[in-house]
Each structure stands twice: as structure tokens, then as C-alpha cells.
Write a protein that binds this ligand. Sequence first.
Ligand code: LMR
Length: 397
Amino acid sequence: MFEHLQAAPPDPILGLTEAFNADPRPHKVNLGVGVYQNSEGRTPILEAVKAAEAAVLAREETKNYLPIAGEPAFGKRVEEFLFDTQSPDTARTAQTPGGTGALRVAADLLAEICRERTIWVSDPTWPNHKGIFAAAGFAVKSYPYYEPATHGVAFERLAEKLNRMSTDDIVILHLCCHNPTGADFTSEQWKTVADIAAHRGWFPVFDAAYIGFGEGWEPDRAPLRFFLDAGLEFCVAVSFSKNFGLYRERAGALTLIGASKSAADAAFSWLKRVIRVTYSNPPAHGGAIVRTILEDSLLRDVWRRELTDMCGRIHAMREQFCTLLQAQLPDRDFSFMVRQRGMFSFSGLQPDHVEWLRTERAIYMTQDGRINVAGLTPANLPCVCDSIVQAIRCLSL
Ligand code: LMR
């Protein structure tokens, strides 16, 4: 069976972590995978998570299976997390193994009910989007998104493209902290996108992996309201990996919004069939931690403070990163790095710079020049900046 197989290519993000782990150089720096690190370069367990976890373990009485769609109370908390207390009665939520699990069951659900449609992802996007929807049997195409000249969103080109789509199309939208570019829509632009979706009838799927890392919890989720108020059906794939620091617990959710309660129930019944043949029912632990924090006002306050602290550290690193690069390369403008939202800086470095930094300086980042700013620390920042300057000087940008 396996004798004649050639090795599959490594994953562009997690494969990089494997290469990083195997690198024996002591001064190596991993700016690849989107994982938060504190100023000592560690990925800590949040205090709120530690406390919630202790409470979960103390009250846990069984390891029996969860229902196919997970804990109903977890689902309700997720809906409030996304829509506040006026969570719509047309929302149905399944607990999933992480945001990737949520995207995959969304893809399989959509394939079950409308495989002939086209999936559209932003250009560029998180590489796994293409893989997930292609694995579910879809044709995946790209819509214009990023404008290198402004380091912002190419909104006119994007809107024109969305205006040519129809009910045959499904569009993946990054709710906030666009991965990899860090360039987000303004509120006004979101409203326009919702109007276009309502007018043209295409189906939105939101990837909500970074709620809280942009402008904050409430503003980051706010665009969903435009789609809800327009009476649209849509899906939201939620990850709690970053904002609750629960990476390895695989805590996520898929929320779907139907046009009516009966439409939502019908879609949810199909979603449960998809889950049953994929992983049967979700892991309990990470979801129980999220639910405990969201249900306890004290823990929720601790979590919010910790989330604010993580964002504050990332922002401080962005500013120092920009200042150091600017000082060494005064002819170039790095101010876009401070404007970008979320964990990443889409640096503009080209594949040969990325390769040089990895082989010569043991600094790892994804091939597209995406830098995980949350991996920068006061200790590694000067060396990373010097190395980037060297890479730019050695191999003209
Ligand atoms: C990333 O983009 O680095 C993260 O979302 C981690 C992942 O699974 O790729």
C-alpha cells in the first residue's frame, strides 16, 4: 500500500514548526505559526483558564460521550459570545474540535447540500482554507483582497467581484484580523459587503479565529450584525485557540444562522449527520473551560484583562519593530506594520528573503513573508530587525 508513495509536501505553517523544532541553533526564532508568546517567549496558560479548568475538574462526574453537537449550554454561550444577549432564535451551534474542525464540518455540510457551488477565498488567505474546502470536494477560487501598494484592502476590486457573484457562490470572509495580511474592512465596508450579499444571494462563511485581537471583543464581532439584520443565512466558524489560549484543547464551534427556525433546525440536523461520520462528537474539556469563563462574571473579567494584555503586548512589539526597522532603513515606510490588526504583520518580504533569514539567521516565518508579531520579544527583536535589514540589503526588495 505505501511502498511506492512519495512524501507529501510539508504543511506551510505547522510544517515550519516541525523544521523549527529540528533546528539545533540555540538562537533560533519562530515567527511562523500564529501562537501568542509572552515577553519571555513562552505561551502561557491564562489565569482565567487555570481557574476555570480547576472548577471543571472538580465538578466533572463522568467521561460519557457528549451529544453529537456538544453541550447545548456551550452552544448558547457561543451564540452570546457572537451576538450578545440578543442571540437570534435562528442560530444553532455545534461544539467542534477547534476552528479548523468548525470549517471542515461547515465544508462537509455545504458539500452535502450544494457541492456544485464555488468556494471563494481571499487572495491571499490562510493556506488551510483552500485545503479544507478542496478536501470536501469543492472548486476553490480567489477573490481580490490585498493591495500591496497601500498595504490595505483592495476594496473596489473586491466589491466589483462580489457584485458579480450569485447564489452559486460561497464566500469565506475573515471576521477580523485578516490572516495573513492584518488588513481588515472598515465598518462601512462591512455594511457594503452585507448589502452585496443580500442583493446577490451568495452565502457567507465567516472565519472567526481572532475575535478580540483586533479592536476588542465587541467591535470585532460587530460585522455579524449587518448580515443578521439583512436577514441573511450564514455560518460562523469560531476558534477559541488564540483568544482563550486553548490551542491544544481544540475548542471551537460552528454557528449557523437559518432564514427561519425550521430552516435552522433542518440545516442543524444535516450538520449532526456530518459530525457523526467525521468525529462522532466533540472533545469536552476545552469547551467546558470556555463555557465556565463566559458564565462567571469574575472569570470573564479576568479573561478580558488577559486578552487586553496580550493585545497590548503585540501592539507594543509592532511599534518597536516599526521604529527599529525605520531607523535602519529611513527611505522605506514601515508604518503599515502598526496599522495591521491581529497577530500578523504581512511584511512584504519575498520568498528569497524568507529563505535567507531561515538558513542564515534561524529566523522562521511563512513563505509569503507573514511575521507572527506575537513571537517577537524584547530579547529577540533587535536581532530579528538587524537580520531583516541584512536580508533586504543582501537581496534587494
Ligand atoms: C496560523 O495561521 O498560523 C494559525 O491559524 C495556526 C494554524 O493552524 O495554521
